[in-house]
Design a binder for this molecule. Structure first.
Ligand code: PEP
Ligand code: MN
Length: 254
């Protein structure tokens, strides 16, 4: 379970969220510092400052961090501060960016572009593998549909087909697929029940006030409830929840 805000907004926001999702059983924290926004007038992310904030928050929470790179120039900072590099849907076929991200040696989270066929996803992944970086995780986040009632069309069949075609792990992002927070927990459950290897879910301390993707972000209580409802689904798949870092460190001091 990778969870966290769409965008890193402040030290308090990312500290609080990282600590919370860790205590709720997440394995990794996400947060955007360089945001690919449809409108150039929308919040573009805190940049390097945001990367430093999520790194500090994750160190305190005891979890690794994943942050999206939009450009090669951001990779040096990301390589230094974070544990995994996300290539977003809009850059899935930015092949020079894929190669440069691969060369950091960090694991890469590669999101499916909204118009990409599965073969195109697999070829994009090959660009990373061919650089000698075997650590690629594919992510189904919905493809462009025809009905604006959901933000994207969640292609669970496509995700399962990907699992037949590659040895790479395939995770699902019900947040960007649905676009509405109410739909996220059910889509998360079916994805795991069907065979997804993990999830990416947007969580924000106050979604109503979020600077991006608030309408699809879960608040803390909703995330907690979703995680509780997921327990039998995780068990079905043999997934163990990561123990909160705070519990681990308490055990360490006895
Ligand atoms: C995100 O993960 O916040 C994001 C921008 O997702 P996508 O690239 O799938 O649109
Ligand atoms: Mn988002």
């Amino acid at each position: 379970m990778i969870a966290g805000p769409c965008a890193i907004e402040s030290r308090a926001q990312i500290d609080l969220t990282a600590k919370f999702v860790a205590s709720a059983g997440a394995a990794m924290v996400r947060g955007g510092a360089y945001k690919p926004r449809t409108s150039p007038y929308a919040f573009q992310g805190l940049g390097e400052e945001g990367v430093k904030l999520i790194a500090a928050a994750c160190q305190a929470a005891g979890l690794p961090a994943v942050v999206e790179a939009l450009a090669e120039t951001q990779l040096l900072v990301l390589d230094w501060y974070v544990d995994m590099i996300q290539i977003g849907a809009r850059n899935m076929q930015n092949f020079t960016l894929l190669q440069a991200a691969a060369r950091t040696g960090k694991p890469v989270l590669l999101k499916r572009a909204p118009f990409a066929t599965l073969d195109e996803v697999l070829y994009a992944a090959e660009y990373i593998l061919l650089e000698g970086n075997p650590n690629v995780v594919l992510c189904e986040r919905g493809v462009r549909g025809f009905d604006p009632q959901t933000r994207n069309l969640f292609d669970l069949g496509g995700a399962l087909r990907l699992k037949e075609l590659t040895h790479l792990p395939v995770i699902a992002d019900p947040s960007h697929a649905a676009g509405h927070r109410d739909l996220v927990p059910a889509l998360a459950r079916v994805a795991v029940a069907a065979g997804a290897d993990g999830l990416l879910v947007e969580v924000h301390p106050n979604p109503e006030k979020a600077w991006s993707d608030g309408e699809q972000s879960l608040d803390f209580a909703e995330f907690d409830e979703m995680m509780a409802l997921m327990e039998p689904y995780f068990a079905l798949r043999g997934f163990a929840l990561s123990e909160p870092a705070s519990v681990r460190s308490m055990e360490a001091v006895g």
